[in-house]
Design a protein around this ligand. Structure first.
Ligand SMILES: [Zn+2]
Length: 67
């Protein structure tokens, strides 16, 4: 995994949201160089946006073939 900001090595790390719930924890990515943190929610949102874009372009292509 490369950091999207500085392209250095990122490592997996367990994060705990102690101040909010005291229970919530997740595995995320942390950049060793600049300290950028990516959590699973951010990564999932990016994937969903990408797949939505692909689906829309696929529909346009199919419509073009039918017409
Ligand atoms: Zn970085």
């Amino acid at each position: 995994m490369k950091c999207p900001k500085c392209e250095n090595l990122m490592v997996t790390e367990r994060f705990t949201d102690d101040q909010q719930t005291g229970k919530f924890s997740f595995i995320g990515w942390r950049c060793l160089s600049c300290g950028l943190i990516l959590d699973p929610t951010i990564l999932m949102n990016r994937r969903q946006k990408k797949s939505e874009g692909v689906a829309k372009s696929d529909k346009k292509v199919l419509t073009g073939i039918k017409n």
